[in-house]
Design a protein around this ligand. Structure first.
Ligand code: PEP
Ligand code: MN
Length: 339
């Protein structure tokens, strides 16, 4: 259920309602919007009748059920969009945010080169995997903690916040101690133990849609993270499996406006993993900006032909600069309404 406070409700009235919600066995998730405060009362659905009586409390405007199975992630649970701050970068606000870098951290030189390329072209965060979810156990699995150290070192040198993947709940503490944003990959989108673990973390989570995940399932996965206490979730469309074999996956561009209607969370697009071939990354990136995504996740490698992972879809430095130039004018038009 959601409890919508009156716009003039004071802090004492809000505290009373929160205490009362907790006293009847629910968790209160408070969302303070510009206009008013909304409280999500999360718990056993059978208590609807009890919660409805909050309507008689001072400062309460109305009590309504949240119809979707995802509650905290639902648009109804919040006034306005969630804007997630990572260093000086804000995702979900007026700025269009580009996160770029290699698929995997391979060496100090490779990472530093990639970081300066993406920074100079205008990206605002650096990506790079230290723990890699590979289809084959014989493929490069990532540099692990050594890779995390290189990422942190590169952040010190460039000022770019770091996005990197965490593959299991036992790794969360370690990855969180180095990263600025914890990535949960497509293959782990329904690893509920991991979702709960990153839900207890203090860093934002970039949650990728699985190849076989419906949007409702994706939102339920976000709900796991939020229900564990972490409201800072960035959703990422990265292509799904369809009957089409001409590309690695099929970018579900329609996921963006549909998700934006259903949730207040930021939505970004990863065209690199969706298409799997570098020459199609630019047109898909443009489509993602045009359709209203809040940002992009792009694989860039200084020497894609030498990449240990995903070289075929990685952009060379000059192609990435071209992409940044070309999306700028589209972003200006599309995001005008935010300013
Ligand atoms: C990645 O971002 O490098 C990655 C492995 O992506 P996904 O989980 O979408 O396959
Ligand atoms: Mn990759």
């Amino acid at each position: 259920m959601i409890i919508v406070m009156k716009s003039k409700a004071n802090q004492q009235e809000l505290d009373n309602v929160i205490n009362w919600i907790e006293s009847v066995g629910y968790e209160a998730h408070v969302s303070k919007g510009v206009e008013r405060t909304i409280i999500g009362a999360i718990g056993d659905e059978r208590g609807k009748v009890v919660l409805k009586s909050a309507e008689n409390m001072p400062g309460v405007e109305k009590v309504m059920p949240i119809l979707q199975p995802y509650k905290l992630a639902s648009r109804e649970a919040k006034d306005g969009n969630t804007v997630i701050k990572v260093g000086n970068v804000e995702i979900g606000g007026p700025e269009f945010v580009v996160i770029a870098g290699p698929c995997a951290v391979e060496s100090e030189e490779q990472l530093m080169e990639a970081a300066s390329v993406v920074k100079n072209a205008g990206a605002s965060m650096l990506r790079g995997g230290a723990f890699k979810p590979r289809t084959s156990p014989y493929s490069f699995q990532g540099m692990e903690e050594e890779g995390l150290k290189l990422l942190a070192q590169t952040r010190e040198k460039t000022g770019l916040p770091i996005v990197t993947e965490v593959m299991s709940s036992s790794q969360v503490e370690l990855v969180e101690s180095y990263a600025d944003v914890l990535q949960v990959g497509a293959r782990n989108v329904q690893n509920f133990a991991l979702l709960k673990a990153v839900g207890h973390a203090k860093k934002p989570v970039l949650l990728k849609r699985g190849m076989m995940t419906t949007l409702e399932e994706l939102l339920m996965s976000a709900e796991y993270i939020m229900a564990s206490g972490n409201d800072h979730v960035i959703l990422c469309e990265r292509g799904i499996r369809t009957f089409e074999t001409a590309m690695r996956n099929t970018l579900d561009i329609s996921a963006v406006p549909v998700l934006k209607e259903k949730t207040h969370l930021p939505v970004i697009v990863d065209p690199s993993h969706a298409i799997g071939q570098w020459r199609f990354v630019l047109p898909l990136a443009k489509a993602a900006v045009a359709v209203g995504a809040d940002g992009l996740l792009i694989e860039v490698h200084p020497h894609p032909e030498q990449a240990l992972c995903d070289g075929a879809q990685s952009l060379k430095p000059e192609k990435f600069s071209k992409l940044m130039d070309e999306i700028e004018s589209i972003a200006k038009i599309v995001r005008k309404g935010y300013a």
